[in-house]
Design a protein around this ligand. Structure first.
Ligand SMILES: [Zn+2]
Length: 598
């Protein structure tokens, strides 16, 4: 028997098609050219875009020039970023990355006037420019730039808000981030007292020992309760700040800016959320079943992601690679071909080694250049999922890159995880088709279902809590007790009485950074995952004829609104039925799990 290659030994990427090294003279030359081009752009176009006689051709050439400048600026920055994350101890790349960020800021400042002038074009003239047909490729981008125009205040007012935010909103975000990042926990693990970070404590919830999980969760959430003065004040200040800004800018709902950012009509999000809430019973049925798998009378709030199986199968990088490639091949030979290239041409860095950044990412680079993947492959099925996920992103980048330019390339936030989560579904499908052993099938199904509940139903209840808090917080200051009550009410709406939560868990609202960093971010997760399930359901029903439409969807990149992109595939996301079809995939997984557990 030959020895297995573990931890993807030797699987390093080759990024020399960007530059030869940090010292490569082309790096500095590109950065200098980018700045010179940006200066030239400013001289040519400043004051011209908002002019009365602006022609569509002029606007079009300006955009083409801008895209060229951004491409030139991004390339060295992406190169430095890739190299630095692959070896964070390399000071040359750290310095180069800092230099690239400076240049990017310089270039952005020089180009800032362009979008401001686009915003100033009066509506009637803007419509005429679009009607010329010469700007069709950039319609979505230009409309995006002008999206906030109706809510923008005078220049003076905007300046005052920006300055006061430094000591207001931004200061509170910094306080929250730094304060919580400094948290450390003392916990006894395997008979030894340990000092742990937040991430380490959260990881204990995946441990098989029920008592350890309970101690970890009590300590983690309890810490937020011990600091209730800080979190209640920060939370209330953020609610008030948002309410005041909504009023000044005449937004109709606290969620309105998030809908604009996502380019979604409010009714669509409302329908999606209502359908999700109407399917909370799936989570309740699941956790009742999980109690039986864990041989407990009832699942506790600290057991939601507890393992149901002690088995840990070794899956080497080569085995993982073949699993993913076959899963893609079953869907479309083109998917396999594109993914295969990523391996063959060494665009993936999977080796586990010191000084490599944690986590995984796919860097899409720029249209016309291929993507790169960085991960640390640790020889289990979770890592195979990560590989499938990142390769899904890479496919999206390849496909969008061959049809789109730099401004239209990035998918919208709510569709950014479409290809990656779809790729994970393809892997699940393959595993379920092949794995016969009962315990492994249970592990695959519980893993996938918990992942989906966390992304769909949980984020839905987070959003409902956030909305309640904003509505009530705009009217009065909320006490810690009120915040905890709003939180537990929405939590109960999701879990019913299927789960016994620990008393400390009423504080968990204070532990979610999204509420502080970006208002109403969470529903993007619900949207993205349900969208994939709905598409996947259609694929299972329809078979091969679905594939070209799916490829076309990925090729659209970010050149249209989510609603239009999906309409082109023949779906209406305004209808509840669309979202319900996604939840049917979860229902089917749950039914299969029920028969296995009987
Ligand atoms: Zn992703």
């Amino acid at each position: 028997m030959t020895e297995k290659n573990l931890k993807a030994r030797g699987m390093r990427w080759d990024i020399s098609d960007f530059y030869a090294s940090a010292a490569d003279e082309h790096v500095e030359a590109d950065l200098k050219t980018a700045v010179a081009q940006a200066e030239n752009f400013a001289t040519t176009y400043r004051g011209k875009i908002a002019e009365n006689d602006l022609q569509a051709e002029t606007l079009h050439s300006a955009i083409i020039a801008l895209e060229a400048i951004y491409t030139k600026t991004y390339k060295p920055a992406i190169y430095a970023f890739l190299a630095f994350t692959a070896n964070t101890a390399d000071d040359a790349f750290k310095a180069l990355y800092a230099r690239c960020q400076e240049v990017m800021a310089q270039v952005q400042n020089l180009l800032l006037f362009f979008e401001l002038e686009v915003q100033q074009i009066p509506p009637a003239r803007f419509e005429r420019l679009l009607a010329s047909g010469k700007l069709d490729l950039y319609r979505h981008y230009l409309e995006g730039v002008r999206l906030y125009t109706p809510y923008t205040l005078s220049e003076k007012e905007e300046q005052v808000i920006n300055k006061k935010d430094l000591s207001g909103k931004h200061a509170l975000v910094n306080l929250y981030t730094e304060y919580t990042a400094a948290f450390a926990w003392q916990l006894e693990v395997e008979g030894e007292m340990k000092t742990l970070t937040g991430e380490e404590v959260r990881n204990l919830l995946r441990r098989p020992e029920p008592d350890l999980r309970a101690r970890a969760k009590r300590a983690y959430d309890g810490r937020y309760g011990e600091n209730e003065i800080i979190f209640t004040n920060v939370f209330n200040a953020m609610l008030k700040d948002h309410a005041l800004e909504m009023e000044m800018r005449s937004y109709k709902s606290p969620m309105a800016p998030a809908h604009l950012r996502n380019r979604l009509a409010p009714e669509i999000v409302e329908t999606m959320m209502a359908v999700t809430t109407a399917h909370n019973h799936l989570a309740q049925e699941y956790y009742a079943l999980k109690a039986r798998l864990l041989s407990m009378p009832k699942v506790r709030g600290c057991d939601l992601i507890a393992p149901v199986s002690q088995k840990r199968e070794v899956v080497t990088y080569d085995e993982g690679k073949h699993l993913v490639l076959q899963a893609f091949e079953n869907f479309s030979p083109e998917f396999r071909r594109l993914a295969q290239q990523m391996f063959d041409r060494r665009w993936i860095d999977a080796e586990v080694r010191p000084n490599k950044r944690g986590g995984a990412y796919c860097e899409g680079t720029v249209p016309g250049h291929h993507p790169y993947i960085l991960m640390s492959y640790n020889d289990d099925i979770d890592n195979v999922y990560t590989l499938a996920h990142e390769l899904g992103h890479a496919l999206h980048d390849f496909l969008a890159g061959r049809k789109q330019t730099i401004f239209n390339y990035q998918p919208p936030l709510v569709a950014a995880e479409t290809a990656s989560v779809f790729a994970e579904m393809l892997l699940t499908r393959k595993l379920l088709a092949e794995v016969k052993e009962r315990e492994l099938r249970i592990a695959i199904l519980t893993g996938k279902l918990e992942d989906l509940f966390a992304t769909i139903h949980t984020q839905n209840y987070y959003t409902r809590f956030e909305f309640d808090a904003h509505l009530q917080g705009a009217k009065e200051r909320l006490s810690a007790t009120q915040l905890c009550q709003l939180w537990t009410a929405r939590r109960t709406e999701m879990y019913g009485d299927a789960v016994d939560f620990l008393p400390e868990q009423k504080w968990y609202w204070a532990a979610i950074p999204h509420f502080i960093h970006t208002r109403f971010y969470c529903y993007a997760y619900t949207f993205g995952a349900l969208l994939v399930l709905a598409l996947f359901n259609r694929f299972e029903e329809e078979g091969k004829s679905f594939i070209p439409r799916y490829i076309e969807l990925l090729e659209t990149g970010g050149s249209d609104s989510p609603e239009n992109m999906i309409k082109k595939m023949g779906f209406d996301i305004r209808r509840a039925e669309f979202w319900e079809s996604g939840l049917r995939v979860m229902q089917a997984f749950l039914e299969e799990l029920k028969t296995l557990v009987q």
